[in-house]
Ligand binder design. Sequence first.
Ligand code: GDP
Ligand code: MN
Length: 398
Amino acid sequence: MDLYEYQARELLREHHINTPKAVFAQNSHEVAEAADAIGYPCVIKAQVKTGHRGQAGGVKLARDRDDAILTSEQILPMSIHGHKSSGVLVAEAKNVLHEYYVSISVDRTSRDFDVLATANGGTEVETIAREHPESVKRLHIDPLEDFDMAAAIDMAKSIGFYHADINQAARILLNMWTCFTANDATLVEINPLAKIGDPDDESSKTLCALDAKISLDDNAAFRHDGWKRFADPMQSDPFEAQARAHGLHYVHLQGEVGVIGNGAGLVMSSLDAVSGSGEDHGTGVKPANFLDIGGGASSQIMEQSLRIVLSDPQVESVFINVYGGITSCRQVAHGILDAMAALGGVKPIVVRFDGNEAREGLDLLDKAGGPGLHVCDTMEEAADLAAQLAAAAKEARR
Ligand code: GDP
Ligand code: MN
């Protein structure tokens, strides 16, 4: 899960990294209150989970109250690279003397953690790496060894925080590391880490985080109360929320064929087979969702899955693809029949079973299933039939 800047700043502050005072606001009235509290000039920043906001006009300086209101009225309705703004952050404006980039992330190739840093901060690190590759330093943290102050000072020196306090830079790296590990993050990025202050007064100069990007490892959510405090009402999809509440792995997509299977790989190939059929027949039919019921799913899980998929009004047909390993196809068949009985006249359902108790499951469906239930021998046939049924239903609606 990616965090908004205002949430990322909150985590940094909890780990003793300085960030300018800032308040999240969702309308111009809240902006005016926040700006008055923070003082002028202040910075108004679009809260979207994407970068390059500055270039897109999503980060602006406001001189006074009227300016803050006007600017927020421009930024609040903005979409940046397809992401609708969830609000704005009203932040204390700082006099920036220099911008650095620092990040800690998981490096899957070397199976450790990467510290990436450059004194040419401000722009995206990909751009810096392309234009000034020599300025970007990459250092590794061994996951089996501790990252301590001595190591952090060595790193800060080799990164070259020239004109900045090496000890302060090292402390920030160390705090980023505790923030990273304590929150099971996969990325903690500060860009810019700014040197701020009065150019003529050495003692006023200090480092602080003006922008932060943090990604959390979804697989660790259970250790953090599901990260309820970072829940995003704006972006949350009602079908995904419902599926999550039942512990199902569901992703909402844009098409017409609901897809349910067991195992992420099998479901992915089922999605491909549906899209392939839509292309082959020129219908443009696509999958409506990804839903993995996992291993050993019971009839109740199958029933719940079908309920969620069928509650989506864009779904015209459902393709159920189960390869019985620990999952029993007979159990799955019971779940399908229970759901159909409970939901009444449902959309066409195409089933393909293989493996554990496939024969028993198919026999059950043959005996009890109504006219809306279809059974196929192979995944390709089943995907094709489900896609064709959805195309016909869509056509009939015109
Ligand atoms: P991004 O474009 O999405 O990465 O948004 P940032 O928060 O990094 O803002 C873009 C740029 O705006 C920064 O690199 C800074 O140069 C500038 N900026 C942001 N906050 C301040 C501030 O408080 N004072 C000054 N002078 N510039 C700021
Ligand atoms: Mn930035």
